[in-house]
Design a protein around this ligand. Sequence first.
Ligand SMILES: Cc1cc2nc3c(=O)[nH]c(=O)nc-3n(C[C@H](O)[C@H](O)[C@H](O)COP(=O)(O)OP(=O)(O)OC[C@H]3O[C@@H](n4cnc5c(N)ncnc54)[C@H](O)[C@@H]3O)c2cc1C
Length: 188
Amino acid sequence: MYDIAIIGAGPAGASAAIFTARAGKQTVMFESNKGMTKRAWFENHYGIAEIGGPDLVDIGKLQAQKSGAELKEETVQSISPIDGGGFELTTDGSSYQAKHILFATGVLTDLAESAGIATKPGTEPRIKTVIDVDAMGKTNIDGIWAAGTVAGVSVHSIITAGDGAKAAINIISELNGERYVDHMMMKS
Ligand SMILES: Cc1cc2nc3c(=O)[nH]c(=O)nc-3n(C[C@H](O)[C@H](O)[C@H](O)COP(=O)(O)OP(=O)(O)OC[C@H]3O[C@@H](n4cnc5c(N)ncnc54)[C@H](O)[C@@H]3O)c2cc1C
């Protein structure tokens, strides 16, 4: 069983995966190649002068994989709870088990709705529906979290990536039973 399954490997999902994998949590990302970020050109992402969306997404996924996350290029079609805890995720031909699930599905909320996750109207331009989360990124179902566009934050990559990182740190902290921080020092 994975510690965390992340649905969506755009800025929110891959950013979360970098943190959970670096924390030693068994992490799997699912990606269906329907993200909005590949259509964008970025000049407002702190620390990056300019970059095309396809490069940003590819670098993010590679960074998550280098950190230890697995990437499955599969569409998650259903989620169901497992007796005794955790969830089963079903894709086109396979099934996976995870203790926690993070939705980072961008504009897509159909899977969340079919799994009984509470949604609400979006507030950001062109975002009709979002998953209802608390300040930690938790949904109405214990063990299921959401981050990024689908969690209702402002639709800018630095914010969606940061929101994914925030949710990941909260999940890691819950798994560890204490607040988590991931800092490294300059090598001299
Ligand atoms: C044309 C355009 C221009 C933009 N320009 C800018 C800009 O200049 N600056 C800026 O900051 N932002 C810009 N943005 C917004 C930016 O792309 C988003 O804010 C942000 O990157 C969204 O990240 P995300 O991870 O929330 O969603 P996404 O990048 O959409 O990622 C969600 C991922 O979830 C996957 N997914 C969904 N459902 C499933 C499923 N069931 N199974 C598996 N995978 C699934 C999708 O394939 C997708 O890759 C622009 C957006 C567009 C469309």
